[in-house]
Write a protein of this length. Structure first.
Length: 460
């Protein structure tokens, strides 16, 4: 099949680039000038695409973006093609595949048995679209041999990485904002919690009571948002023991917070009488004490300063244990926690089958919401489609692990590092279908170090 001729133009800021105006088909050719881009963004895209040849096992590939005037497409990078170039007939105008690509979320696959491909070794080509925010901005084409499904997902991730993310829109805090849907559902629908929630006064310090992992910190953040506080949100779980240092710390925290910030203080059970007395005096005299949240796990206290506990208990809310909820409530809470995690991990379109929801509801969660989040987070990362795949872990795998995105205010550095390592290893495991050699190379560590980390993180 003979290809149509295309015009070649020069663009400001770039060396000579071949511009392809889509008519009957698209033709791609690799030029020496492709490696001379001076723009940092373009150089990065070239390097990323070329690395996919080795990391993903692609035989050849090309990256194409829409021209500035929107009339055609410009080849930005390619590898594996000869000097004479190659055209892909499945993207011809009359085929309708280019239009279909713009509508679909997942990549399209074209088999060698149906359309001609560049390499004789290739079995199929994957076409994944690029975005500029929410707009279609081009695509990548990668040729592979072997199995199809894993390559589709890998190409999707690569295209997502090469796309320009949507700029976040400013959003006023409200009950409808996606702060934490599990917390929102609990305070609106649980009879006991909702009653206490309605009686809370935002101009007084709040005591949040609940077992470990019951969501007290998430509730404090939620209250900070819906009460319209525009200042900083500070989490403190290590309180100075010496009275003088605690007084200085409180003064410093006041300077940081101002009138619009919130401070969350944990580990109340470990406070000495002297520390409780300082807090009691601070609550009575400070103008920002009304913006304080106190976290109490309901543990036995060795010492209690009556005035302090009487004061903070006047404005309190109790969070239930996950397993203490009625079956219908627990099922809904599991669903809301799943929605939160899927949203935070960039998989908001993922669905949870009813049989898995039932198993998660029936399971006893010793670690409360924290254990549920760990288990669900791991399953979300490992699921290879938009349908959650969850298997109950063995009794020996109940070690709490950090997964997902850590709060920026969390000062537990080892926990944050572990969460990040776990996230990246799970992502690499999905991209490279469990091939540890490729995983280690992409993560820039040795295979032995990878296996050691996976064992410590409970991934082996």
């Amino acid at each position: 099949m003979k290809s149509q001729e295309y015009s070649c133009e020069s663009f400001v800021g770039y060396p000579t680039i071949l511009r392809y105006v889509v008519d009957n088909m698209l033709k791609f050719k690799q030029f020496s000038s492709m490696h001379l881009y001076s723009g940092k963004k373009n150089k990065s895209k070239i390097e990323i695409l070329q690395e996919s040849q080795e990391l993903l096992g692609a035989i050849c590939g090309v990256l194409v973006e829409r021209s500035e005037d929107g009339s055609g497409f410009i080849e930005k990078a390619s590898f594996g093609y000869g000097e004479e170039g190659f055209f892909y007939s499945f993207l011809a105008r009359g085929k309708g595949n280019l239009e279909k690509l713009q509508e679909l979320e997942e990549p399209m696959v074209f088999q060698k048995t149906d359309f001609p491909l560049f390499s004789e070794r290739s079995d199929f080509a994957v076409v994944a679209k690029l975005r500029d925010g929410l707009q279609f901005n081009g695509f990548i084409i990668l040729e592979f041999d072997g199995k199809t499904e894993a390559r589709k997902f890998q190409s999707y991730l690569l295209a997502s990485f090469l796309s320009t993310p949507e700029k976040p829109k400013p959003q006023l805090a409200s009950e409808d904002s996606h702060i934490n849907s599990a917390v929102q559902w609990l305070v609106k629908n649980s009879p006991t919690v909702s009653l206490e929630f309605q009686n809370l006064q935002k101009d007084k310090p709040v005591l949040l009571v609940g077992e470990k992992g019951s969501g007290k910190k998430s509730l404090a953040r939620y209250l900070h948002k819906i009460w319209g506080r525009s200042g900083q949100w500070i989490w403190v779980d290590t309180i100075p023991e010496q009275v003088g240092k605690l007084e200085k710390a409180l003064s410093h925290w006041e300077e940081i917070l101002g009138q619009e910030g919130s401070i969350v203080l944990g580990n109340l059970a470990g406070l000495s009488l002297g520390q409780q007395r300082i807090f009691y005096e601070w609550l009575q005299n400070s103008s920002i004490a009304k913006n304080a949240f106190f976290i109490d796990q309901g543990l036995n206290k060795k010492e209690a300063y009556p005035g302090f506990w009487d004061l903070i208990s006047q404005n309190s809310i109790h969070l239930p244990n996950l397993d203490s909820l009625e079956k219908a409530e627990k099922s809904q809470m599991v669903l809301e926690v799943f929605k939160d995690l899927a949203y935070n991990l960039g998989k908001s379109e993922m669905e949870i089958p009813q049989d898995i929801l039932r198993k998660l509801t029936e399971k006893k969660w010793i670690g409360n919401f924290e254990e549920l989040k760990n288990s669900l987070g791991k399953a979300i990362w490992k699921s290879t489609s938009n349908v959650l795949n969850w298997d109950e872990e063995s009794p020996g795998e109940d070690k709490p692990v950090a997964i997902g995105i850590q709060d920026s205010d969390d000062l537990d550095l080892p926990k944050c590092v572990e969460a990040l390592e776990r996230q990246k290893i799970l992502l690499a495991e999905k991209i490279f279908a469990g091939n540890q050699l490729r995983m280690a190379k992409a993560l820039k560590i040795s295979r032995g170090a990878l296996q050691y980390k996976m064992k410590n993180l409970g991934l082996l």
